[in-house]
Ligand binder design. Structure first.
Ligand SMILES: C[S@@+](CC[C@H](N)C(=O)[O-])C[C@H]1O[C@@H](n2cnc3c(N)ncnc32)[C@H](O)[C@@H]1O
Length: 227
């Protein structure tokens, strides 16, 4: 388990505290549509931190060719129809370029700046010159207004219970997912990033924002900076 990360509830838990059975239940929601709004039909997508394939499967149905990467073999066992690679994202070096690289699920908010640089280097290493990197970042109020909850129409409630500073600009965040028959919790470290700090991190990696894909600024299409 990664330092500061923890998960409780039924089934296997990944090193970052995610529950495999929980992610197998979560709906994909609007996210595949957001990706489709930014990536041409039939494109080759490298999905980093794919989990069980919650987004992979709807993307395959839309005709994208997806390579799904995750460090958890237990997560990847659920992925169907995509090429899967079990690896830490930071270590991935495929000698291949993709039309789109996805770094979703707020992974860019890792508390460890070295890991964040490694994640972004992997994105840059694998994106085609005319391709894009799609990043999902936290909304502006993610660490405030707590506790808060959202009742999902599919029948579960997600709560962000607390976000407590643990030093160096990093918070320990506690989340809870309550289903009628099971409850999962995840505790993880996250570094809030303002839009300016986010764009600076991209710039340092050789990426620039092409456009924000959603009104809340959480989904971003970035492109490699020509050198
Ligand atoms: C919050 S889950 C989200 C999964 C998927 N993106 C989704 O939206 O359903 C994060 C996933 O990223 C994986 N992960 C986190 N950090 C990773 C890293 N550094 N290298 C590889 N996989 C990582 C975890 O194992 C987990 O499956």
């Amino acid at each position: 388990m990664r330092e500061g990360h923890q998960g409780t509830g039924p089934g296997a838990i990944t090193p970052d505290g995610c529950a495999v059975e929980l992610y197998a239940r979560l709906p994909a929601g609007a996210e595949p549509d957001i990706v489709a709004s930014a990536v041409p039909e039939g494109a080759r997508i490298l999905e980093l931190g794919s989990g069980v394939g919650r987004m992979t499967h709807p993307l395959l149905e839309r005709g994208y060719r997806v390579t799904a990467v995750d460090e958890s073999a237990e997560m990847l066992e659920h992925v169907r129809g995509a090429r899967t690679l079990c690896s830490p994202i930071e270590d991935l070096d495929l000698d291949e370029r993709f039309d789109a690289v996805m770094l979703a699920s707020f992974l860019i908010h890792t508390g460890d700046v070295g890991v964040r640089r490694g994640l972004l280097r992997t994105c840059v290493r694998h994106v085609a010159e005319d391709g894009c990197v799609l990043i999902q970042r936290e909304g502006a109020d993610y660490h405030t207004n707590l506790p808060r909850e959202r009742v999902d129409p599919s029948g579960f409630t997600v709560r962000i219970l607390s976000a407590d500073p643990v030093g160096d600009g990093v918070n320990s965040v506690r989340a809870e997912y309550e289903f009628p028959d099971a409850v999962w919790t995840q505790t993880f470290r996250a570094r809030p990033l303002t839009r300016a700090q986010f764009e600076e991190a991209l710039g340092e990696a050789g990426l620039a924002v092409d456009r924000y894909l959603t009104d809340d600024g959480t989904w971003v299409r970035a492109v490699p900076v020509r050198r």
